[in-house]
Ligand binder design. Structure first.
Ligand code: MLC
Ligand code: AMP
Length: 508
């Protein structure tokens, strides 16, 4: 048996001298370098006690070495567990306790604090910094480059990615080698990636979009990428003449459109612009087409399922839709209550099934069971419809979720923090249309009688507890929250009342 996912990358690998990535600080890494250095990193993992099936939790900045670590983890048969670099210590504490990693790799600047959290669950700690240096890299440098990939079958776990829950704790989505391999293979074909493609990779690599969709597609196609540490619109435009493809969240496209240097000419070498992770406004799609002559290809996915649908490569890329189910993916619109399939054109729950769909939530069999129908369809929590031409439209969310700049934010988590403050009676956190982030996290708070708690007090209390992107962009105080006859807070009423607070010119 081979290593299922890395074996698939090997099968598509071009000559060792071919470029895999060029970084923004001018480094070039070839496929041969990648093989050798990920082999060294795999030896270092094994030497640190990582055995097949062990979790390797990683909270580091985006560097080529961080990507080599992902590949090393696959090759060593471990389960890669990437964590957003913005997560705070209390957030990390939960992930470590739940996942029980064998090894934690973190930024050297945070090592003191993280080491004690890791030690409390019996994990060793190694470091990897934003310069690609640290104890892990030092150890790897002493290792030989040839590593015998650990055999892994299609159903073995390759990664766990945490997704926040509507209620309660974050859940670890277990992704198998075949979940990732099958999806990457389909996307390479569907989006026509080949060895001559050059992708602008400016996404973070701790989520499905940047780690799997972008990187796995490039590796599977034997292509190359500009590997950017951060998304910088002016820099992305300067790379367009040497690139062929860009993958981004809608905020990328909104910010690129603000650059005067974005012209048809600048984009003339590009083959494909792809958007996902959050809804792309039709007005952004149209403005992009007008400015560059390209129709952005929008697709739809999620952590648990990888990519489910995509607009066509040939044929009409229809604004405001996420296209058709990808080959091998079954998608239906069902009654949210009983799962009965609905007629074409009706709005209901989007449910999916296929080799892309995850293996369940880590150590949560009950939660896993609750999110699948008896016939194996996964209940996405997204509401949608299929139009007369077969295009899937996402029209809303059945889950109480905010997507800010492509990051998921669950209101419950923030409400719990705010409600715990001494001067607060209760709160409701909502997403409000925001010109840059798509939705802006907004807190509506009721003070306790006599309390003078301010927006700054709320912000100060949350700092250090929740990652920055989850912080409310505005905190609004009200006398009471609107409720329906059942006593449930009417978030739709709040969303309507505050819908203009971030309107252009007033953005907070
Ligand atoms: C940064 N900030 C955010 C934010 N990103 N606030 C809300 N939402 C976000 N997404 C905060 C910063 O901490 C900062 O706070 C302030 O906003 C301004 O920061 P910035 O410099 O403008 O942010 P920047 O670093 O440019 O980041 C914006 C971004 C980034 C859009 C480039 O958020 C990003 O890379 N998003 C991509 C997320 C992603 O990859 N999602 C895929 C999930 S997978 P302050 O107070 O310090 O000023 C998935 C499945 C699928 O969904 O289908 O793909
Ligand atoms: P995540 O859990 O971070 O993987 O986020 C997945 C969620 O992002 C999905 O359930 C959708 O709600 C949303 N999403 C992803 N792509 C799109 C898209 N193209 N349009 C609208 N929503 C999307």
């Amino acid at each position: 048996m081979t290593n299922h996912l890395f074996g698939a990358f090997r099968a598509g690998m071009p000559a060792p001298g071919r470029l895999l990535m060029e970084t923004d600080d001018g480094r070039s890494i070839s496929y041969g370098d990648m093989l050798e250095r990920s082999g060294q990193f795999a030896h270092a993992l094994t030497q640190a006690g990582v055995r097949p099936g062990d979790r390797v939790a990683v909270q580091v900045e985006k560097t080529p070495e961080a990507l080599l670590l992902y590949l090393a983890s696959l090759r060593a048969g471990a389960v890669f567990l990437p964590l957003n670099a913005a997560y705070t210590l209390p957030e990390l504490d939960y992930f470590f306790r739940d996942a029980e990693p064998r090894l934690v790799v973190c930024d050297p600047e945070k090592a003191m604090d993280i080491q004690s959290l890791a030690a409390s669950v019996g994990a060793a700690t190694l470091t990897l910094g934003r310069d690609g240096r640290g104890t892990l890299a030092d150890r790897a440098a002493l290792q030989p480059g040839d590593f015998a990939d650990v055999a892994r079958g299609p159903d073995d776990l390759a990664a766990i990615l945490y997704t926040s829950g509507t209620t309660g704790r974050s859940k670890g989505a277990m992704l198998s080698h075949e979940n990732l391999a099958s999806n990457a293979r389909v996307l390479v074909e569907h989006w026509r990636f080949g060895a001559d493609d050059v992708l602008i990779h400016a996404l973070p690599i701790f989520h499905t979009h940047g780690l799997f969709v972008a990187t796995n597609v490039i590796l599977m196609a034997g292509a190359s990428m500009f590997f950017e540490q951060k998304f910088d619109p002016a820099r992305v435009i300067s790379l367009l003449p040497r690139a062929t493809a860009l993958m981004g969240v809608p905020t990328f496209y909104v910010r690129l459109l603000q650059q005067g240097s974005l012209t048809k000419e600048a984009a003339s070498h590009m083959r494909l612009f792809i958007s996902g992770s959050a809804p792309l406004l039709a007005e952004t799609h149209n403005a992009w087409r007008e400015r560059t002559g390209h129709a952005i290809l929008e697709r739809y996915g999620m952590t648990e399922t990888n990519m489910n649908t995509s607009n066509p490569y040939d044929g009409e890329r229809r604004a405001g839709t996420v296209g058709f189910p990808l080959p091998g993916v079954s998608l239906r619109i069902a009654d949210p209550e009983d799962g009965k399939p609905l007629a074409q054109g009706e709005i209901g729950m989007i449910e999916v099934k296929g080799p892309n769909v995850f293996a369940g939530y880590w150590r949560m069999p009950e939660k896993t069971k609750a999110e699948f129908r008896d016939d194996g369809f996964f209940i996405t929590g997204d509401l949608g419809l299929i139009d007369a031409d077969g295009y899937v439209h996402i029209v809303g969310r059945g889950k109480d979720l905010i997507i800010s700049g492509g990051y998921n934010v669950y209101p419950k988590e923030i409400e719990s923090e705010i409600d715990a403050l001494a001067g607060v009676s209760e709160s409701a956190v909502i997403g409000v249309a925001h010109p840059d982030f798509g939705e802006g996290v907004t807190a509506v708070v009721v003070r306790k009688p006599g309390s003078t708690i301010s927006a700054a007090d709320v912000a100060a209390a949350i700092a250090g507890r929740l990652a920055k992107y989850k912080h409310p962009k505005q905190v609004i105080f009200v006398d009471e929250l609107p409720r329906n006859t059942m006593g449930k807070v009417q978030k739709n009423v709040l969303r309507e009342a505050y819908k203009d607070i971030y309107a252009t010119g007033k953005a907070g």
